[in-house]
Design a binder for this molecule. Sequence first.
Ligand code: FES
Length: 66
Amino acid sequence: MNDDDPVVCVCREVTEDAIVALIRAGHRSVAEIRAASGASGGCGGCADDIAELVEDEAGVSPSRLS
Ligand code: FES
């Protein structure tokens, strides 16, 4: 476990750095990040956290609907 790179999606073991990298690669929604990494494809409890990362990194307001 790396404290500088927390796991955002526990179900799929996807870290914050991995999600930020996907956003920087052009993914702009929870659905796109789920398709690319599996994150939010389990319980869905991390979807809001992923949406916030998209907002923070990309400056857009993605659909929070999965
Ligand atoms: S924590 Fe991400 S789907 Fe469950």
